[in-house]
Design a binder for this molecule. Structure first.
Ligand SMILES: [Zn+2]
Length: 162
């Protein structure tokens, strides 16, 4: 078993967009409304209660501080403050139920592997298979239906194993 961390957006990003109503680093207006889809929130990774939870949509670059070339896209966070998902914990079960795309990248933002899951029981083997590849440095997980970025998975000993 390869140990890994589940990395979500920084607390600071969520704080800033909630405070300013603008996408941090981009300055685009953020959009707040009542959830019409499950999300999830990119900070706590909990899915939204449709018709009840309020969410903020904003522009975010999941490659920031990882790669020299940005690739921004839209993501959601809860309007009200929530707890950041701890890196050492696996993905929440409610997230595993979603159709997910796993993109395995090597440094330089080179896409070396791509797999899609709809079965929660397939997720751990998918992650292990990808992290077992020497050409994969980190994994981006996206929502297969919407295409939006959700989180990053990296080896615990990132930098020494590959
Ligand atoms: Zn949240």
């Amino acid at each position: 078993m390869i140990g890994y961390r589940v990395m979500v957006i920084e607390d600071q990003i969520a704080k800033e967009v909630r405070r300013t109503g603008e996408a941090p680093g981009w300055g685009h207006p953020a959009f707040t409304d009542v959830a019409t889809s499950y999300g999830p929130c990119r900070l706590c990774l909990r899915t939204f209660e449709t018709g009840t939870d309020r969410r903020i949509l904003f522009t975010y670059d999941p490659f920031e501080q990882l790669e020299p070339f940005p690739l921004p896209g839209p993501i959601y966070v809860r309007e009200n403050s929530c707890g950041r998902h701890p890196e050492h914990q696996p993905m929440p079960g409610e997230l595993e139920e979603l159709p997910l795309t796993f993109n395995g990248y090597g440094r330089g933002r080179l896409l070396h592997a791509q797999e899609r899951t709809t079965d929660p029981l397939a997720i751990e083997t998918t992650i292990q298979r990808m992290l077992g590849r020497p050409d994969v440095d980190y994994i981006h997980v996206r929502n297969t239906e919407a295409g939006c970025y959700i989180l990053r998975i990296e080896r615990k000993d990132d930098g020494t194993a590959s």
